[in-house]
Design a binder for this molecule. Structure first.
Ligand code: ACO
Length: 330
């Protein structure tokens, strides 16, 4: 039995935060942001929308496009760094309740921006072992809830959104997730961190006064390591599967920064027409970034059944992951 990505869905909140809006909030400029990151605007969830609300909307689309009944789903996993609740219940459980899917295994994973590809690795293992048949994966972020909008080093980068996929069992190898590589190096944990409101610095007036509940990032260090790691990771997964770049129909990298994507793409000599880019309109939506990008390419009619996608991502932890995935949907 193989695991197949059968459908994709996404949801982007309607409120748009442009670079011009950010110019009024911090000492920055549209020109600087676009030149350094390629981002023009990002979406921001409404104050009464939680991460689970975004995830639920994306999940409903993915379920409908998969052509299955929600009762056929036997596992729900959500990747997020901005869960509805710090400890429990998991955002996966909250989404399950909203979808009225009861009595199934549901849990969250924490792998920052690498979350969606990490989940693909789990889904592949659950299905190939015969343990599960239809798995709902959701990458969802209300990342604006953990951003300090006075810190110009981070607030310009991130946006809210959600993406979801159904991974189903198939006997057809031509529609399968071929391979997933996922890895980490915890020695770099401090480079990209939300220091407070966990067990180390529990939530207190002092933690909040020191803004430890927000994302802190050593941007330039992250940038350099991300380019090197993403490039090596892609070379590695292609080599291990005896493929070269020409075999790939769609290169779908994590949408953190256009310059990072461009550096990796150029090193691999990968055509820009085959590279999916959504960073300009959504910014970095962390665990939602890759499924939102797959969804946009799918809705534009670019992705056809059987097409080979190369996914590549990097995030806090540090974590990173790549995957070779044939599109198994309609
Ligand atoms: N507007 C104007 N100037 C700025 C801004 C801003 N928003 N932010 C920083 N600057 C200034 C800096 O203060 C610095 O000024 P100085 O030279 O006077 O000291 C100058 O611009 C250059 O700063 P750098 O940090 O070196 O700029 P860089 O070219 O590295 O771009 C950026 C910064 C965009 C953050 C980049 O480093 C980046 O994208 N890093 C990677 C982020 C990322 O990919 N994260 C991935 C994982 S995310 C996750 O897992 C959640």
């Amino acid at each position: 039995m193989y695991a197949s990505l059968k459908s994709i869905g996404s949801y982007a909140p309607s409120q748009i935060l442009t670079n011009a809006d950010l110019e009024k909030m911090v000492d920055t400029s549209d020109e600087w942001i676009e030149k350094r990151t390629g981002i023009k605007e990002r979406r921001i969830a409404a104050s009464d929308e939680a991460t689970s609300d975004l995830g639920e909307k994306a999940a409903r689309i993915a379920i409908e496009r998969a052509g299955i009944e929600k009762e056929e789903i036997d596992l729900i996993i959500c990747a997020t760094l901005s869960p509805d609740h710090l400890c429990m219940p998991s955002t996966a459980c909250v989404i399950a309740a909203k979808l009225e899917i009861h009595n199934v295994m549901a849990f969250d994973i924490s792998a920052a921006c690498s979350g969606f590809v990490y989940m693909l690795s789990l889904a592949k293992a659950f299905i190939e072992s015969g343990a599960k048949k239809n798995i709902l994966l959701i990458g969802a972020e209300k990342i604006s809830s953990v951003i300090d909008y006075t810190d110009r080093g981070t607030c310009i980068l991130f946006g809210d959104g959600a993406g979801a996929a159904i991974i189903s069992a198939t006997e057809d190898k031509n529609l399968a997730i071929l391979d997933v590589h996922a890895s980490s190096d915890g020695r770099y944990g401090d480079y990209l961190i939300t220091p407070g409101c966990g067990s180390k610095f529990p939530c207190s007036q002092e933690t909040l006064d020191n803004k430890l509940n927000y994302i802190k990032m050593r941007g330039n260090d992250v940038y350099k390591i991300a380019v090197k790691t993403l490039t090596n990771d892609v070379i590695d997964i292609l080599e291990k599967n005896n493929l070269d770049a020409s075999a790939i129909d769609h290169f779908i990298p994590h949408q953190a920064n256009f310059r990072i994507i461009e550096a990796v793409r150029a090193k691999l000599d990968f055509p820009i027409e085959k590279t999916v880019l959504t960073v300009a309109k959504y910014g970095n939506t962390s665990a939602a970034s890759i499924p939102m990008a797959i969804n946009d390419a799918y809705e534009e009619g670019r992705i056809q059944k059987g097409d080979l996608m190369l996914l590549d991502t990097f995030g806090g932890g540090f974590t990173w992951a790549s995957a070779l995935v044939r599109f198994g949907g309609k």
